[in-house]
Design a protein around this ligand. Structure first.
Ligand SMILES: CC(C)(COP(=O)(O)OP(=O)(O)OC[C@H]1O[C@@H](n2cnc3c(N)ncnc32)[C@H](O)[C@@H]1OP(=O)(O)O)[C@@H](O)C(=O)NCCC(=O)NCCS
Length: 165
């Protein structure tokens, strides 16, 4: 059994622990590196958590099992189009993969996005990440022709997927 909820005020330590776990586990799934995230101050983590805990331009949702965080997904408004969201930081702890955690996190984010007036949500995934590709296809996302490097200087290529909310 697991539950999903939006991150709350002053939950920087929670955000830090699950985000660092994700970056350690899956360094090639995210553009941010563990080292960069690990260098952030406690105030920075708190301010990011606070900013995603309320309002309609960003949100972080966390999945819990037995009170422990086991999954995360975030959505940010695209700075170039406020009705367009970008889903990022999607991660499920290895022991909880293959169940419904990823789908439930995405469902919560998309429901929130719909309530906030987002019309379209996009995401980027490393083109070698077949598990993420299959998850997004299962969720109704479609591939676009857009690509970009995982991070500046990386040979790894990310593909974009998108769907209406
Ligand atoms: C991507 C992620 C969140 C998906 O969560 P999950 O619990 O694994 O997702 P699901 O099991 O619901 O769906 C994954 C799909 O990949 C399939 N899959 C599982 N293992 C696979 C493998 N080794 N190769 C290819 N596909 C695989 C599953 O069968 C499933 O597809 P199906 O339902 O059509 O059969 C999770 O795997 C994860 O955290 N990965 C590391 C971080 C990451 O890649 N994040 C995404 C960044 S864009």
């Amino acid at each position: 059994m697991f539950s999903v909820r939006r991150i709350g005020l002053h939950e920087g330590p929670l955000y830090r622990s699950i985000r660092l776990a994700a970056l350690l586990d899956s360094p090639d799934a995210f553009s941010e590196t563990f080292e960069a995230a690990n260098g952030r101050s406690a105030d920075d983590w708190n301010s990011r958590a606070d900013g995603a805990s309320a309002g309609s331009d960003r949100a972080i949702f966390i999945a819990f099992s037995d009170g422990r965080p086991v999954g995360i997904a975030a959505l940010y408004a695209d700075p170039e189009s406020e009705r367009h969201g970008v889903m990022v930081q999607v991660w499920v702890a290895p022991a909880h993969r293959g169940g419904s955690v990823a789908g439930e996190l995405a469902a919560c984010l998309l429901s929130w996005a719909g309530d906030c007036g987002f019309e379209r949500v996009s995401a980027w995934f490393n083109s070698e990440n077949w598990r993420a590709a299959r998850l997004f296809r299962k969720l109704g996302f479609e591939l676009t022709n857009e690509t970009q490097p995982l991070r500046p200087g990386s040979d790894l290529v990310c593909r974009q997927v998108t769907r209406l909310v």
